[in-house]
Design a protein around this ligand. Structure first.
Ligand SMILES: [Zn+2]
Length: 307
């Protein structure tokens, strides 16, 4: 009896120790995952910020030779007239990160543009219009395109309701490897967005790599495979691509055309939108504080002033 009792106590103790080990092991593993995710997010953000800042500096330098961007007169209430511009967003959330715009600020930016007579179109529509217009005429006046990079889930949760509220179209550029992963849109979300018709889905490559730095074969795969996967999933044509990190070269542009994209957009490094070069259109990153006249001033510098 005593022996049996001892055995029971021993196995119970063993059970407690093991379950304790398993539980703490599980939490350790969970914590590690969390950490890895945070590190990954931080690394991606750092890369994108670095590129965006480099490009913004170049743009500001060119612009300052014509317009003194530090002159308070230029920051005040002067309303700049923009014929056509492409806005670039990443996260729409309440985090105080530099790639984040708060949902209420996105709302305010869209409202400001509407109140000032601006129209919103999809990127594919803009490519088609520029492609078919003669080179001597500019096809738009007071028209903008909204683009959201990377396919974050906060687009679906926070930006899409704002777009619906104002019935404003936009484009979401997804990275195939990230679809369905934490913080990213799922296939169901992508399908819903696509079927609703307000948001156009576009290619942002399979693995989010700088195309201009890849070997031609890899660059081609990143673009063509991404398009193929999206077209198969949505059972529809995918017309547009946005180069990750704004990275491209002459070969990438040629390949994008060859694959069948009707146009491609970059970041600040690209061309000002024109019908002559549809495969490296410039976009401008919009931040939290680009509100009211500041927003139009930014677009004015990027699309009217810098040739
Ligand atoms: Zn990206």
């Amino acid at each position: 009896m005593k022996k049996y009792y001892k055995k029971l106590v021993f196995s119970f103790a063993l059970f407690v120790v093991f379950s304790g080990l398993i539980t703490s092991g599980f939490f350790y593993w969970k914590n590690l995952q969390e950490q890895q995710y945070e590190n990954y997010e931080a690394a991606v953000e750092y890369d994108q910020m670095k590129v965006a800042e480099e490009q913004a500096a170049i743009l500001a330098k060119v612009a300052s030779s014509t317009l003194n961007v530090n002159d308070p007169k230029n920051i005040s209430s002067k309303i700049y007239h923009v014929r056509f511009g492409i806005l670039m967003y990443h996260h729409i959330d309440n985090k105080n990160k530099r790639l984040s715009v708060r949902p209420e600020n996105l709302d305010a930016q869209i409202k400001y543009l509407i109140d000032n007579g601006y129209k919103f179109i999809k990127l594919s529509e803009a490519f088609r219009t520029f492609a078919s217009s003669s080179t001597s005429t500019y096809p738009y006046d007071k028209t903008v395109v909204l683009t959201f990079d990377d396919g974050y889930r906060d687009f679906y949760l926070n930006a899409y309701p704002v777009l619906k509220k104002y019935n404003v179209p936009a484009g979401l550029y997804v990275i195939n490897q990230d679809i369905g992963k934490r913080g990213n849109v799922t296939w169901e979300m992508i399908k819903q967005l696509h079927n609703d018709g307000l948001v156009e889905i576009g290619v942002h490559t399979v693995n989010h790599l700088p195309l201009g730095k890849l070997r031609p074969g890899s660059a081609y795969y990143q673009m063509a495979r991404s398009r193929e996967l999206l077209e198969a999933g949505l059972k529809d044509k995918i017309d547009t691509i946005i180069y990750p990190f704004g990275s491209f070269n002459e070969n990438v542009k040629k390949q994008a055309k060859q694959i069948g994209f009707i146009g491609a957009a970059s970041v600040y490094f690209g061309q000002r939108p024109s019908g002559q070069d549809l495969y490296s259109w410039r976009r401008v990153m919009i931040n939290n504080n680009d509100i009211g006249p500041l927003l139009l001033r930014k677009l004015y510098i990027a699309f009217e002033l810098v040739k």
